[in-house]
Design a protein around this ligand. Structure first.
Ligand code: GLC
Length: 546
C-alpha cells in the first residue's frame, strides 16, 4: 500500500454538501447557479471566525442535463448546464474556493447517463452500433415481457422497451437514466477520462453516486423476492432483495480503479454513496487498498433508533473496523433524506450538531442543516421530484429537503428575485441566515462555533475516540484525545434532565447545545446534571485520568 499524503486535507475537513439548484439564484430565473455560490463564498468561509468556516464543498451535479432527475441524468459529463452558468463561472468558483482554502468536490454519476447523452443516442440507434454494449440491453423475456424481475428505485420495472431495435434497456432509476455497462472496458476508460478532465482542472475529489449497483450480474438473473414486502405498504423499489442487480463482487475492482485514477494526482479524495451497515462499510474501505483515498459515506446515523446506547454501540463498532488509513465520516442529512430537524426535532438536532463536530473524521453538513431548517411541505402542484411523481403521496418525495436556502426573511428569502423553483417554506421567515446571525442561541451560531472549535483543536481532528461510562444509560459520553489535548463530550439523549457521575475531572466548558455560564469541572468527584437533550463539550486539563 502506498503511504497516504502527508497532510490529507480530508482528515481535517468539514464538508458542506451544497445543492446548487437551491443555494442562490444570481440571474433571476428561480434556480440557483454557480455565480450565486461565488457570491456567497464569504458565508461559507471568509477566513475569519465570523463565517461558517467549512473547508470543503461538494456540489450536487452541475453538468449538462435535461433535469429529469435534477442533474443526476447527465447528458455531457464535461459541460456545465446553462441553468448553472458557464465553464468560466466554474473555473472562477474553483479558483475563489481554493483562495479561501476551501476544497471542491464534484458529483460523479457513473451508474447511468441521461437518455440524451450522445453515447446512448448512438447505443439505441441499432443493435450493431459500436456503442450498443455501452449500456445494458437484453432481449424480451418469456412471453415477450421484461428480461428479468429487476425494479427501479423510483417504482416500476427497471427495463424499458426500445421499440425500434426490439430490445429492453436497463435503468435502475428513471427510464430517462439508462444504466452504463461497467463490464465494458471502453465505458470504464471513458468514465476514467471524465474523472481526469475534472482532476486536471484542479478539483479535489468526487462524491460518487449510487455505486452499489454499478456492476450487475453478468447473466442478469432475477433478484430474490423480499419476504417482508407488501404491495401498497412498502416502497416499490424494495420488492426484491437486490442480490443480482447490486453489490456484485466485481464492484471493488471498479472502485479500486477509481482510486487509481485519483492517485494520479496528489491529495485527492473520493466519497461513495452506499447505504451500508458496519460490515458493509468495512468491505468498502477495503476496495482501495492500493491507494487509500476513498471512504464510503456513513449514513447509519440517519436511521439509528434514538438512544444513547444505540449511538454508542454503533459508533464503537464503526470505529473498531477502521484501519489506520480508513477515515470515518458521519452524515446527518442529504438531498435524498428528510431533513435532520424534521426527523428528530430541533432540540435533538442541536445535540446531533455537537456529536457531528466532535467525532473523529470528516464532518458533513447538508446546506440549511446549519440553520436548523426543517423540511418544507410541498403541495401537489409544486412537486418537482420524479420519484414523488411516480410513487405519489407516500412520503418518498425529496422536494421537502431541497427547497431554497433562506438568506433573509424577505419574499424570495434572498435566494431569488423571481419565483423560486421550489417554495421557500414558512420556516424561513425566522430560520434564515440574517436572523440567525443576530441570535447568539441560533443553530447557525452553534454550528459556527463548533466548526471553528473543531478546526482549532487537534484532539477533535486527529485525536483518538473512546466512549466512557458516565453512569447513566441516557447519556452518551466519549473522550477525544491526543497526547496534548483532551475533550470530554456528554450527550443527554433524554427529554428529562439526566445526572451523570464524574470522577474528578478538571476542565472547562467549551461548547454545547445550551449556554453554560462560567461552568467548569472542578476536580471533585460527584454528580452533574445535564438538561433536556443537552450536550456539553469540556476541554480537560492535562493529566486527567478519565
Ligand atoms: C443517488 C442520488 C439521487 C439520485 C440517484 C440517481 O441516489 O443521490 O439524488 O436520484 O442517485 O442518480
Amino acid at each position: 500500500m502506498e503511504p497516504p499524503p502527508k497532510d490529507p486535507w480530508y482528515r481535517r475537513a468539514t464538508l458542506y454538501h451544497l445543492y446548487p439548484l437551491s443555494f442562490a439564484d444570481s440571474n433571476g430565473d428561480g434556480y440557483g447557479d454557480i455565480r450565486g455560490i461565488i457570491d456567497h463564498l464569504d458565508y461559507l468561509n471568509n477566513g475569519n471566525s465570523d463565517s461558517l468556516g467549512i473547508t470543503a464543498l461538494w456540489l450536487s451535479p452541475i453538468y449538462l442535463s435535461p433535469m429529469a432527475d435534477w442533474g443526476y441524468d447527465v447528458a455531457d459529463h464535461t459541460a456545465i448546464d446553462p441553468r448553472f452558468g458557464t465553464m468560466a463561472d466554474f473555473d472562477e468558483l474553483l479558483e475563489k474556493a481554493h483562495e479561501r482554502g476551501v476544497k471542491l468536490l464534484l458529483d460523479f454519476v457513473p451508474n447511468h447517463t441521461s437518455e440524451l447523452h450522445k453515447w446512448f443516442t448512438q447505443s439505441r440507434a441499432s443493435q450493431d452500433n459500436p456503442k450498443r454494449d455501452w449500456y445494458i440491453w437484453a432481449d424480451p423475456g418469456k412471453d415477450g415481457g421484461y428480461p428479468n424481475n429487476w425494479v427501479s428505485y423510483f417504482g416500476g420495472p427497471a427495463w424499458s422497451l426500445d421499440k425500434k431495435t426490439g430490445q429492453y434497456y436497463l435503468h435502475t432509476f428513471l427510464p430517462q437514466q439508462p444504466d452504463l455497462n461497467w463490464r465494458n472496458a471502453d465505458v470504464r476508460d471513458a468514465m476514467f477520462d471524465v474523472l481526469r478532465f475534472w482532476l486536471n482542472k484542479g478539483v479535489d475529489g468526487f462524491r460518487t453516486d449510487a455505486v452499489m449497483g454499478l456492476v450487475k450480474d453478468d447473466q442478469l438473473r432475477d433478484d430474490a423476492p423480499n419476504p417482508n414486502w407488501r404491495a401498497g405498504v412498502n416502497d416499490p423499489g424494495d420488492e426484491f432483495i437486490r442480490i443480482h442487480s447490486s453489490g456484485q463482487r466485481e464492484l471493488s475492482n471498479v472502485l479500486g480503479s477509481f482510486c487509481d485514477v485519483l492517485a494520479e494526482k496528489e491529495n485527492k479524495f473520493l466519497l461513495s454513496e452506499a447505504y451500508l451497515n458496519v460490515p458493509g462499510l468495512h468491505k468498502m474501505y477495503g476496495a482501495c487498498v492500493r491507494h487509500p483515498v476513498h471512504a464510503p459515506f456513513n449514513f447509519n446515523l440517519i436511521g439509528l433508533p434514538w438512544s444513547a446506547v444505540a449511538y454508542r454501540d454503533f459508533i464503537d463498532s464503526y470505529e473498531a473496523i477502521l484501519g489506520p488509513e480508513d477515515w470515518p465520516n458521519y452524515v446527518l442529512g442529504n438531498h435524498d433524506r428528510h431533513r435532520l430537524v424534521s426527523r428528530l426535532g430541533p432540540e435533538r438536532a442541536r445535540l446531533m450538531a455537537v456529536l457531528e463536530m466532535t467525532m473523529r473524521g470528516l464532518a458533513v453538513v447538508y446546506y440549511g442543516e446549519e440553520l436548523g431548517l426543517p423540511d418544507t411541505p410541498i403541495g401537489p402542484t409544486e412537486v418537482r421530484d420524479p420519484w414523488e411523481q411516480r410513487v405519489t403521496g407516500r412520503g418518498y418525495g425529496r422536494d421537502p429537503e431541497r427547497t431554497p436556502m433562506p438568506w433573509n426573511s424577505e419574499n424570495g428569502g434572498g435566494f431569488t428575485d423571481a419565483t423560486p423553483w421550489l417554495p421557500m417554506g414558512s420556516a424561513s421567515a425566522s430560520l434564515n441566515v440574517e436572523s440567525e446571525r443576530r441570535d447568539p442561541e441560533s443553530s447557525l451560531n452553534l454550528y459556527q462555533h463548533l466548526i471553528h472549535l473543531r478546526a482549532e483543536s487537534p484532539a477533535l481532528i486527529e485525536g483518538d475516540y473512546r466512549s466512557v461510562d458516565l453512569g447513566n444509560g441516557y447519556v452518551y459520553g466519549y473522550v477525544r484525545e491526543t497526547e496534548r489535548q483532551k475533550f470530554l463530550v456528554m450527550l443527554n439523549f433524554d427529554f428529562n434532565p439526566a445526572t451523570v457521575t464524574l470522577r474528578g475531572q478538571v476542565g472547562k466548558w467549551v461548547a454545547g447545545t445550551h449556554k453554560v455560564e462560567g461552568d467548569g469541572l472542578s476536580g471533585v468527584a460527584g454528580e452533574l446534571e445535564l438538561g433536556s437533550y443537552e450536550g456539553r463539550v469540556y476541554e480537560l486539563m492535562q493529566g486527567d485520568k478519565s
